[in-house]
Design a protein. Structure first.
Length: 165
């Protein structure tokens, strides 16, 4: 869903998460609850190859970053770490909902589009995972290729695949 600041994206995202019948994975909440002094790799549970795949998919494939603490990361790196944590948490679940508020808001547009394409590829490879993103950046829709796109004001929905209401 897209729209300007203050239009209700976060409120709608919370309502979706609160009424979900499948496990909800919130990348921002996972990161918010992470100790700021722990190295990035210590925040993950699971086999190292899967952790590294999640980090690479989120654009954090550089080994020099893996020993850094959350506090040492830039805003953009923290956003991508939240995405990697969300990806890793859904790995063993048949069904889950991933909510990403302010998706790619702190990234430059080129990096944001790359992360959006990566998320799209990842989500299409995990059919039991539903990803709901909220962003103020309309340009990400072409990279995400969502099944359904909402644009504020939320009076009408359109099928993003056919571009029909």
């Amino acid at each position: 869903m897209t729209g300007p600041s203050g239009c209700g994206k976060t409120t709608l995202l919370r309502a979706i998460a609160d009424t979900a019948t499948t496990p909800v994975v919130d990348g921002a909440a996972l990161l918010r609850d992470a100790p700021g002094d722990r190295p990035m790799l210590d925040l993950f549970a699971g086999p190292l190859p899967e952790v590294l795949r999640s980090l690479a998919a989120a654009g954090l494939a550089e080994p020099r970053l893996w020993a850094r603490s959350v506090a040492e990361l830039s805003d953009g790196q923290r956003l991508r770490l939240g995405l990697a944590l969300a990806m890793a948490r859904t790995h063993c679940r048949a069904r889950s909902l991933v909510v990403l508020d302010e998706f790619c808001s702190t990234l430059d547009r080129v990096t944001a589009r790359g992360v959006a394409r990566t998320l799209r590829r990842w989500a299409s490879g995990h059919p039991g995972v539903l990803v709901v993103c909220a962003t103020a950046h309309d340009d990400l829709a072409s990279s995400l290729l969502p099944d359904l796109a909402l644009q504020a004001p939320f009076e009408e929905t359109r099928d993003a695949r056919t571009d029909r209401s």
